[in-house]
Write a protein that binds this ligand. Sequence first.
Ligand SMILES: Cc1cc2nc3c(=O)[nH]c(=O)nc-3n(C[C@H](O)[C@H](O)[C@H](O)COP(=O)(O)OP(=O)(O)OC[C@H]3O[C@@H](n4cnc5c(N)ncnc54)[C@H](O)[C@@H]3O)c2cc1C
Length: 330
Amino acid sequence: MSQGILIVGHGLAGAILAHSLLESGENVRVIDSCSSHSATQVSAGLINPFIGPKLNMPKDFDRCMDANLSFYKMIERYAEQKFLRSIELFRVFQSATQKDRWDKLPGPYKNKTVSSEQCWDSGLFANYGAGVTKAWKFDSQGFINFSKKSLSSQNRFNETSFDPKRWTDHLVVFCEGFRVLENEWFNNLPFAPAQGDVLSIESSNDFHASNGTWHIPEGNNGLARVGSTWRHDNLESGPSPSARDEVLKRLQFIPSVQNALINLHLSGVRSGTKDRNPIIGRHPEIKNFFLFNGFGSRGCSTIPLAALEFTNFITRGTPLPQHKNLSRFM
Ligand SMILES: Cc1cc2nc3c(=O)[nH]c(=O)nc-3n(C[C@H](O)[C@H](O)[C@H](O)COP(=O)(O)OP(=O)(O)OC[C@H]3O[C@@H](n4cnc5c(N)ncnc54)[C@H](O)[C@@H]3O)c2cc1C
C-alpha cells in the first residue's frame, strides 16, 4: 500500500492496530491528543472467559485468545518486557442459580470449584462458593507506555489533535474511544459509552477475585485495583464519592478491603455500542476515512483479533466480519 496510514488515538485500540499494521509492512503514523477520561488509562486489564451474571462465554473467545497470545507474545519479544500474565480468577457465586450455571458450563477455562469454607480460608466470604477460572491480566498502561516510546523513537508518534487539512493524502483510522461522540464523520453511529470508577487500594490479598466487581493485585507492591461502576450520563464528571462507596459495597465478599487505605481513585469512559459489538470499517462516502472503535468493557480481550481482521481488510481487501462491520448500520 503506497498511501501512509494515520491512526488518530493511541489508546489500546490505536496502539494495537498501529503495531499490527506495522508488522504487515505499512507506513503508519499515530497522533494522540492526550485527552482526559480515556478508558485505557484506568483499565484493569482483566481477560475473563465468563462474563456477566449469567457467566456467558463470548462466542468468539477462543479466536480472541489465539489472536491475543500471538499479538502479545510478538510485542513482548520486541519490547523484552512482559505485559500478559496468566492468572487464576475466583468467580464468586452470588446465588445457587449462578453456581448451577457454573456446574453446567463446559470448556477448558474452568479449573475447579471451591466450597464456601475453602473460600473463607483464602479470605473470601462466598456463601455459594466460587469457580476458579483460567484468566489473564494484561498490563495495559505498561504496554501503552512502551508503545509510545517505541513509536516516538521511529518518528511515528505525535501528541496533537486531528487536523483534516493536514492528512488528505493519508488513510485515516479514527480510534478515539468515547470521543468518537465529537467526531462529525462517525458520531451518528449507535455508541453507548459508560463511565466507570476504579480504586487502587492497599491490600495484602494476593488473589484475583470477582463477583462482577473485581479485586486485581497490581503486582507485588501490596496494592490492588478494584472496580468498577457503570453510568451512562455525566460521562466526564470524574471520580465520585458515591461510586467509591458503591465499589466497596459490592466488594463486601472481601471483608479485609472494607477499611483499606485508598491510594488512588480514577475514572474513565468505555466506548460501548448498543449491540455490544465493535464498529470497524470504512466511511460510506469519505473513502480514506475508517473507524476502529466500540470495544466497550472488553478491549483487552477483543482488540488484537479485530486489529488482525482490520489489517487484512485494509491491506488485502479481506471482508470484515459482518457483526463488527460498520456497514451493518448503512
Ligand atoms: C473503569 C474501566 C475498567 C476497565 N477494565 C477493563 C478490563 O479489566 N479488561 C478489559 O478488557 N477492558 C477493560 N476496560 C475497557 C478497556 O479499557 C477499553 O476497551 C479500551 O481501553 C478501549 O481503548 P480505546 O483505544 O478504544 O479507547 P481509549 O482508551 O479511550 O483511547 C482513546 C484515545 O484517543 C485519543 N483521542 C481522542 N480523540 C482524539 C483526537 N481527536 N485526536 C487525537 N487523539 C484523540 C485519547 O486521548 C485517547 O488516548 C475498562 C474500562 C474502564 C473505563
